[in-house]
Design a protein around this ligand. Structure first.
Ligand code: FES
Length: 352
């Protein structure tokens, strides 16, 4: 556009000494504001049938989004994780991942495309010129903003075009379901599994090194013995899971050296059995100092006094090691007199 094409009213002006406005000519201001071109109405603004067609298109996009979200959930249920398919040009790919990606992509794209099409074809198309002004807003300006917002909501047809509004609500309500469904990948809830171990009344204490049931005479004063419940095998599929809760630490202390009354009652001739799993973050405790009866966790140096209820005397562990009540069966082997009475391991398990 040349300066010759600029409307006269858009050319900058100056004032003479008497305050009269002097309009400059186009030749004097070749870079003047060209102004806005004439506004052209969209076909939807002048043709109600075209507006209806756009409305149906927007509703169709939101509906496709809803169907894609349902497809996402159905894919999650229908496709096994191990199923592999060939898709050109990607090649071999997990059917589940492909289906989840495609359906979620379509669901999100259709919401975006529907919103854009709605804004471009049906929402208000009035061009507004706003002069620059100070940033701070006066109360009346804020009031005007609110009234403009209300007018905008009215012009968008949000309340009037119920088909679009309802399908959009449906699409946006269903899309978050995709994220909720994916929570299943976190695995089953632990329920009360963390509160129970393989220990039960009558289960013999088996030496973890020799795999032989322990007799009281096998536990010497000052020694540290590790034990597991009878019936467990390292070949069991859940051995690591179960031993992580059931592993025991057995020491013999002179009964008169045991300070805690309950500990003495739950012991057998000074033999005490405590969980081997540290109550800080679950490391296996492996160090024992026979003079002081202190057990030390090598991870962060939590120290437990095994002669005093295994209370924490140093380090970050939150509470004492759980004790297992033990006795001797008719054959003379050490046995459990029940399960632990509190959860073993880190204290956060207790909050489950
Ligand atoms: S795990 Fe034992 S002190 Fe941290």
């Amino acid at each position: 556009m040349s300066s010759q094409d600029i409307p006269e009213e858009n050319l900058p002006s100056e004032q003479d000494a008497a305050g009269h406005t002097l309009q400059k000519t186009a030749d004097e201001h070749p870079f003047a504001d060209p102004g806005l071109p004439p506004h052209e109405h969209r076909v939807q603004d002048v043709d109600e049938r075209a507006a209806k067609s756009s409305e149906r298109t927007v509703a169709l996009l939101f509906t496709i989004s809803m169907l894609a979200t349902i497809g996402f959930i159905a894919s999650y249920v229908a496709f096994p994780v191990e199923k592999i398919v060939y898709i050109w040009p990607i090649g071999h790919i997990s059917a589940l991942n492909f289906a989840l990606g495609v359906t979620l992509g379509i669901a999100l794209f259709c919401i975006g495309a529907g919103a854009v099409h709605w804004a471009r074809t049906l929402m208000s198309d009035v061009e507004i010129v706003d002069e620059r002004h100070a940033i701070e807003a006066e109360p009346e300006v804020r009031a005007k903003v609110m009234s403009d917002f209300a007018a905008g909501a009215e012009e968008s047809g949000f309340g009037r075009r119920k088909l679009i509004r309802n399908t959009m609500f449906g699409a946006m309500a269903l899309v978050p379901l995709s994220g909720v469904i994916l929570l299943r990948d976190l695995g089953p809830l632990p329920e009360d599994k963390l509160r129970h171990t393989r220990w039960a009344r009558g289960k013999m204490l088996v030496n973890m090194n020799t795999h032989e049931p322990l007799r009281p005479e096998d536990v010497a004063v000052g020694s540290l013995t590790f034990a597991m419940p009878e019936g467990m095998s390292e070949h069991d599929h859940d051995f690591q899971t179960e031993i992580a809760k059931a592993a025991l630490m057995i020491v013999r202390i002179q009964p008169e050296d045991i300070k805690d009354k309950r500990e003495l009652e739950w012991s057998h001739e000074g033999i005490v059995a405590y969980s081997k799993i540290c109550t800080h973050v679950g490391c296996p405790i492996s160090l024992y100092e026979q003079q002081t009866h202190h057990a030390l966790c090598p991870c962060h140096q939590s120290t437990f006094d095994l002669s005093d209820g295994a209370r924490v005397i140093f380090g970050p562990a939150g509470h004492a090691l759980p004790q297992l009540r033990i006795g001797v069966n008719e054959e003379g082997y050490l046995e459990a007199l029940g399960d632990f009475e509190e959860p073993v391991g880190p204290s956060f398990w207790e909050r489950g």
